[in-house]
Design a protein around this ligand. Structure first.
Ligand code: SF4
Length: 290
């Protein structure tokens, strides 16, 4: 694979260590990367003691979606949004619903390079009033996304981030300052499940949500997965955390379908209904999909 030459001077959120090692300071993994190696996500690499971004501007998919599909129900309702996705992810959820682009085999990755200014031209030509960074994890490509968001704002487009929220405080504040609306996953209230099964950090995601509340419109998505988030007690923990920030934050509870490494049967409609009603004890706007 050739890496995008334009990535060489773009990388932020890393620091030099001894012996040409570097540390990535973007997500909770805080990977220490040897010269010639890549981080846990495969999308940030060490070349001669410097961070490079091998997938800078590599787009996996683009489409026009209803904004409700992000899902966002309380931001520009009834409009369409130009939606773009990337490759790879910072987390490892074994039930990933977008695993083909979040955890692709290297041979499957297609080199489709669209620079930020060209991307915004395409979004403008679509006639949509907003652009969404979505499908796979956009935070992993934060340098590109911020660049595109700045151009989008200069052209009058709103910016939307659909994310796992697994970014440390400094990059979180940086990208959210350029974000108009975010839909953030809150996958479980159990920190051990977050860390051991999903490869994320609950506290980091909760901080991302707190910062988002200060800087942009937010809505939360919780995927109901057997063994991860499958009971009224668990959704009440999530809902009470969200309510501690604002009872007005919309919560979307979506039903998982078997995908990638996970084959367990989806939750029953009865359980989905019970979880939805439990969340409504804490929050004004709860939407569920099954
Ligand atoms: S983004 Fe996260 S997983 Fe990727 S290299 Fe940086 S710290 Fe590691």
């Amino acid at each position: 694979m050739t890496y995008n030459r334009l990535s060489a001077d773009k990388a932020r959120y890393w620091r030099s260590l001894d012996n040409s090692r570097i540390q990535c300071t973007l997500c909770a993994h805080a990977c220490i990367i040897q010269d010639g190696s890549k981080g846990h996500c495969s999308a940030r690499q060490n070349r001669s003691g410097k961070m490079i971004l091998p997938f800078y501007a590599w787009i996996s998919s683009a489409a026009i979606d209803p904004i409700e599909k992000k899902p966002l129900r309380h931001f520009m309702p009834g409009t369409s949004t130009y939606s773009v996705g990337f490759w790879n992810c910072t987390m490892d959820c074994p039930f990933c619903q977008n695993w083909e682009i979040a955890h692709p085999q290297p041979a499957y990755i297609q080199e489709e390079i669209i620079e930020p200014d060209r991307l915004i031209e395409l979004a403008m030509a679509s006639g949509c009033p907003s652009i969404s960074f979505t499908y796979s994890e956009p935070l992993l490509h934060i340098e590109y996304v911020i660049e595109a968001m700045q151009i989008a704002h200069s052209r009058g487009l709103k910016t939307i981030l659909v994310t796992n929220g697994n970014a440390l405080d400094e990059p979180a504040r940086h990208i959210l300052a350029h974000t108009d609306a975010a839909n953030i996953d809150l996958k479980t209230a159990d920190p051990l499940i977050y860390r051991r099964l999903l490869g994320g950090e609950l506290k980091v995601v909760q901080n991302f949500i707190r910062v988002s509340v200060q800087l942009c419109h937010i809505e939360i998505t919780s995927l109901a997965v057997p063994g991860v988030l499958d009971s009224s007690a668990q959704i009440e923990e999530i809902s009470s955390f969200i309510a501690s920030l604002s009872q007005e934050i919309p919560l979307h509870i979506t039903r998982y379908h078997p995908a990638w490494k996970y084959t367990k049967a989806p939750l029953s409609p009865e359980t989905m209904h019970e979880m939805t009603e439990s969340a409504r004890k804490y929050l004004k706007y709860v939407y569920s999909y099954w």
